[in-house]
Design a protein around this ligand. Sequence first.
Ligand SMILES: Cc1cc2nc3c(=O)[nH]c(=O)nc-3n(C[C@H](O)[C@H](O)[C@H](O)COP(=O)(O)OP(=O)(O)OC[C@H]3O[C@@H](n4cnc5c(N)ncnc54)[C@H](O)[C@@H]3O)c2cc1C
Length: 505
Amino acid sequence: MNMASLLKSFTSLICILLTCLQTIGSTEHENPPRIAIIGAGIGGTSAAYFLREHFGPDVKIDVFEKRSVGGRAATILFNDEQYEAGASIIHPRNMYMVNFTKLFGLEPLGGAESGKLGIFDGKDMVFSTSDWGVVTMAKMVWRYGWDVFSIRSYINDHLFTEFLKIYDIQSLGYSFTTVADLLLAMNETFVELTKKSIDDVLKDAGFSERFINEFVMGALRMNYGQKLGLPAFVGSVSLAAAGESGLWSVKGGNKLVPQKLLESSKATLIEATVTKVTFQDDVGPMYEVEYAKNSDGKDAGPNRREYDVVIIATPLHDKVTDIKFEEFPKPIHNFPQPFHTTVATFVEAKPNISYFGYSEVCHFPDVVFTCDKDLYFNSIGKHHPVEGTSETESENKNSIYKIFSNAVPTVQQIDNLFADKNDLRIVEWLAYPQYNIGDELPPFVLHDQLYYINGIELAASALEMSAIGAKNIANLIVNHWTGNMDKIDEFSWRDESLKTDKTEL
Ligand SMILES: Cc1cc2nc3c(=O)[nH]c(=O)nc-3n(C[C@H](O)[C@H](O)[C@H](O)COP(=O)(O)OP(=O)(O)OC[C@H]3O[C@@H](n4cnc5c(N)ncnc54)[C@H](O)[C@@H]3O)c2cc1C
């Protein structure tokens, strides 16, 4: 063999080797990955559930949780009964939450946030519904024209019809590497809605200033403790719940859903705080996760485990989580947006109806939104135990009220609101992002095989949003791991004829 043909054979050998390596790079992995999930809220536990569904019994899944399974779906014991302290209402069209509840044989409890509604501007109850439907209708039209009715069809046409497509897209196995790409797959305008304020969008659509300043503002303050400058996407999610009569919660507590998801995923729960994720290399297990077990004493050394895939299922924002990422080729930091403080105050009391301009308790609304941006509370409402209302409430008996505010209320403020009080309990949350127009939407992929569910909260924070983020990441992991690249960021409406409203898990 002369030198030229030797060189030619060598070059062909290199080509064959490179082709083999490329093929391995996209479709290798005969065995399922070893997966760590950091956080056992609805996001982390639904990711565990979806991954078990995809990979079957052989996949090893560890779920780390530093406090309690459920995360922001949590209850508190107050007056011998459990009450929702965090996420309390679920929309009837939140398909993952609806289907999980059915799947685990849990019971939906209707009537969440129901009863008479009032809107208070800090001085007067500017609007209130009545026990009589006809009277309520007349009052609504008198104050807001047809806007209260039009908003339902507006949200339906501009949000829901398009939003529901995500269930079909995801059931076909498609996945997206950024939150913006996921929103774009549902509808081309959704990313635009994160860059405009809800009041501008509604004004352009012809809604009146009074309706926006009172009703819309009240709903935004109630759901996110924030005001009219809120981006239109999260604003629309907030309005979807306002005035919806089918809102529900899970009997026994919404946290039962993440608990059941974890149980059914057969993942191993590690009750520990993850302190560090270290990138090792891409030959062996890619990551080392360092954690301190909740049961270990202060001086116990850190524990370490290795994984192929790590999922961050908690917000990466200052004060919420402090996980260090080390040895990565490019640094990974927390995202810059602060998290909004929401305080839930539970009071067993009678409302101070005169403060709201009422003289008879029987006319006082069950739920009050507030529409003054500087008022010290966002909403106040009668709150029922997670098992449902057991007793018949009499006019003489105190009820349990839940107040939402952006800071811990003072004694004077509580005294303003209640004439008589027996008991009080406060839960302070770093609840959801402090939303701003044009906030950058985070990626779902922070590095190869390092995924981030909670980026989706920058679009809107809700139980269903985290479940959608989790399903996206489960699809991403499956597609990356099996080399199915045409289902990553490649969704096209032209290729798929989709049906909505029929989705099952
Ligand atoms: C007051 C309030 C009211 C709300 N109302 C509603 C509502 O009515 N309806 C609705 O749909 N949504 C509501 N939400 C929003 C909803 O609760 C959240 O969007 C949702 O629960 C987020 O779930 P998640 O799993 O993504 O995050 P989380 O529930 O926050 O779960 C993250 C978990 O990670 C754990 N963790 C964090 N860091 C570490 C670490 N280093 N190591 C180990 N574990 C760690 C945390 O302890 C936590 O359990 C509300 C939220 C609040 C606070």
